[in-house]
Design a protein around this ligand. Structure first.
Ligand SMILES: NC(=O)c1ccc[n+]([C@@H]2O[C@H](COP(=O)([O-])OP(=O)(O)OC[C@H]3O[C@@H](n4cnc5c(N)ncnc54)[C@H](OP(=O)(O)O)[C@@H]3O)[C@@H](O)[C@H]2O)c1
Length: 215
């Protein structure tokens, strides 16, 4: 069976994966871009934007694991767009005409709508379903490849609580956000189910990899 993976999921020292006050011009609320500055400096990120440059060190090596072997993504309504996007029937996500996924993407929402085919191989499907049901649909669409959980923190927390995550790469960024949405709430003793490694890099972040023990 294919794996369920999380990559490049960035949290503050106090565990927040997004700040307070999410809006169209502030997708991470008051956190701004601070959670992902480590990634913006990598060759991985430059190449995603069709540019040359960026660092090729450890941050790049971790970041670049995001894409290979992934056949579908599941994301939450809070990643797909700012609060209230469901009221705009023409809204097509936060990434423009050619989103960076290039696979089927399943958006969890209590207000589903018809699928939207975008340029570059991304099709957004909208699902009001349990994590297990959503995973079944994504696995089918992934054609034997792995399924990535794209976030945000609320949906990843739900999948972790149900024991559905095989690999998780969390990046702990040395900032304190104080408010927002936390990843870890309600996941007491999660560490018992995983082999965990930590690697700190010169940029100041710590990459934590969680590998499910049951595999
Ligand atoms: N730090 C990172 O690396 C990272 C990565 C990705 C995203 N983010 C950020 O995370 C934030 C979004 O995270 P979030 O925790 O607020 O929200 P989220 O996890 O993206 O989405 C949660 C919402 O999805 C819908 N949903 C979730 N499970 C569902 C289910 N089983 N069935 C139907 N609908 C379901 C519900 O929305 P409705 O009830 O409205 O339908 C729920 O409120 C954004 O700011 C984004 O930029 C951060």
């Amino acid at each position: 069976m294919s794996d369920v993976r999380v990559h490049n999921f960035s949290i503050s020292l106090d565990g927040f994966a997004t700040g307070a006050g999410q809006a169209a011009d502030a997708p991470f609320g008051h956190a701004g871009e601070r959670l992902h500055e480590w990634m913006f400096a990598t060759r991985f990120w430059y190449e995603m934007g069709g540019r040359r440059g960026g660092s090729g060190g450890a941050d790049h090596t971790f970041a670049a694991m995001h894409g290979p072997g992934i056949g579908a993504e599941i994301m939450g309504a809070g990643k797909f767009g700012p609060p209230g996007w469901q009221d705009d029937l023409d809204y097509k996500g936060a990434w423009g005409a050619n989103p960076p996924f290039h696979t089927p993407v399943f958006v969890l929402t209590h207000r589903p709508r018809p699928s939207i085919e975008m340029e570059g191989g991304t099709t957004f499907h909208f699902l009001n379903a349990t994590p297990t049901e959503a995973l079944e649909a994504a696995r089918k669409a992934a054609g034997g490849q792995d399924v990535r959980l794209g976030g945000g923190p609320s949906m990843i927390r739900d999948f972790l609580a149900e024991g559905l995550v095989d690999h998780m790469h969390v990046v702990q960024v040395p900032i304190l956000l104080g408010r927002g949405v936390r990843l870890w709430d309600g996941l007491e003793s999660l560490e018992e189910a995983y082999d965990i490694e930590a690697v700190s890099t010169p940029s100041g972040v710590t990459h934590l990899t969680f590998t499910a023990k049951r595999r």
